[in-house]
Design a protein around this ligand. Structure first.
Ligand code: PLP
Length: 371
């Protein structure tokens, strides 16, 4: 039996309010493969730990505000985000997940003549939107080290209205250093008088330093650079749909012209605001993810699988066989890993769950790869 309303009601009845207050998958609110064995979901880069307790309490309180239009609370979240990044609220645009920001950027900054320039593979929604709009898409394959090929991208800047750079990159997990991003952006802005550069930083909070930093200073400095962020990953709120863009107000106005009015709901706004107020949350979450990620990488290496150095809550491992077959075999043993990302057909993207989940998952990888 797939996840069902009946099953939810049963677990809610068993867990009572404890279900809502427990954190993450340990709360029992996981999807179920077939009603017998729980499925370990390592396929969508969700945060297995779920929202922090302060956010969960805010969600509960905000259910009583469900009759109130969200515009009354948007400013509160924009101010909390602004305070976190030391910017002005006019440099923040909230969206229904960062998806709304990315998709509207394609609408706002590409046209039939100048399309989207992006690496392949990367987060594919912007390219999918551009293709649906029949706007040109210039795909630039990543290098053999899985790193975005900035030199090759630079050669196509004049053809683009929007350059999409996901850093750290999904699905490859690697990241460009702040120096390389800065040099690429400066060169792109010089080559083209009106191209816009969008840096998708959905996973930047997980980056482990080593020169990898947010491009926010570039967005504050240039009228043609945007950064997007999300509460879906580190903040564990993928189901609530809260994201945002950072940049100069005039550029955000061009982007915001495409926003759905009040696209972020009242409950999401309260949860995100509460999460930003928790001291030390990001550092704790970074450590939790880094421990489970290091364990996973070490186990994969012991199995003879190479995985690139990950700056995210997932790893990209060369499983040295057709990754669809690997995925199907893992799924049959209760572990869901990411779908194939052509042209990397022997690579599997594995999201990092809790340490306990990764211990169980690695035993399954062992079975499958050893078979
Ligand atoms: C790189 C990247 N950007 C953006 C998104 C969209 O995230 P959301 O709309 O939940 O903020 C995702 C989702 O997986 C992602 O991986």
């Amino acid at each position: 039996m797939a996840w069902s309303r009946r099953r939810f009601m049963q677990s809610a009845a068993v867990g009572g309010s404890g279900l809502l207050l427990a954190r993450g998958r340990e709360a029992g609110a996981v999807s179920v493969a077939d009603g017998s064995a729980p499925l370990i979901r390592l396929d969508s880069n969700e945060n297995a730990a779920g929202p922090c307790p302060a956010a969960v309490e805010a969600i509960q309180r905000a259910t009583r505000l469900a009759n109130i239009y969200p515009f009354r609370f948007e400013g509160v979240l924009a101010r909390a985000i602004a305070a976190r990044h030391h910017v002005s609220p006019s440099q923040v645009l909230v969206g229904c997940g960062s998806s709304e920001i990315l998709l509207n950027a394609v609408l706002a900054f590409t046209d039939a003549r100048r399309g989207l320039l992006a690496p392949v593979p990367t987060y594919e929604e912007p390219a999918r939107r551009a293709r649906r709009l029949q706007r040109p898409v210039i795909d630039v394959p990543v290098g053999p080290d899985l790193q975005v090929d900035l030199d090759a991208m630079a050669r196509h800047v004049e053809e683009a209205g929007l350059i999409f750079l996901c850093n750290p990159n999904n699905p490859t997990s690697v990241a460009l250093s702040a120096d390389r991003v800065r040099a690429f952006v400066a060169d792109a802005l010089k080559r083209s008088p009106d191209v816009v550069v969008l840096l998708d930083e959905a996973y930047i909070e997980y980056a482990d330093g080593q020169g990898v930093e947010s491009a926010l200073p570039l967005a504050l400095d240039s009228s043609r650079v945007l950064v997007s962020r999300t509460f879906s990953k580190m903040y564990g709120m993928a189901g609530l749909r809260v994201g945002y863009a950072l940049g100069q107000p005039a550029l955000l106005d061009r982007l915001g012209a495409w926003s759905t009015p009040m696209s972020v709901n009242t409950i999401g706004l309260h949860a995100a605001t509460a999460a930003l107020e928790v001291p030390g949350f990001e550092a704790g979450e970074r450590t939790r993810n880094a421990e489970a990620r290091a364990f996973t990488l070490q186990r994969l290496q012991a199995l003879g699988m190479h995985a690139a150095h990950s700056h995210a809550n997932f790893v990209m491992a060369d499983v040295k066989r057709d990754s669809s077959a690997f995925r199907d075999a893992c799924r049959a043993q209760g572990v869901a890993v990411g779908r194939p990302f052509p042209p990397l057909t022997t690579h599997a993207r594995i999201s990092i769950g809790t340490l306990a989940e990764m211990q169980r998952a690695c035993a399954v990888f062992d079975n499958v790869l050893g078979a």
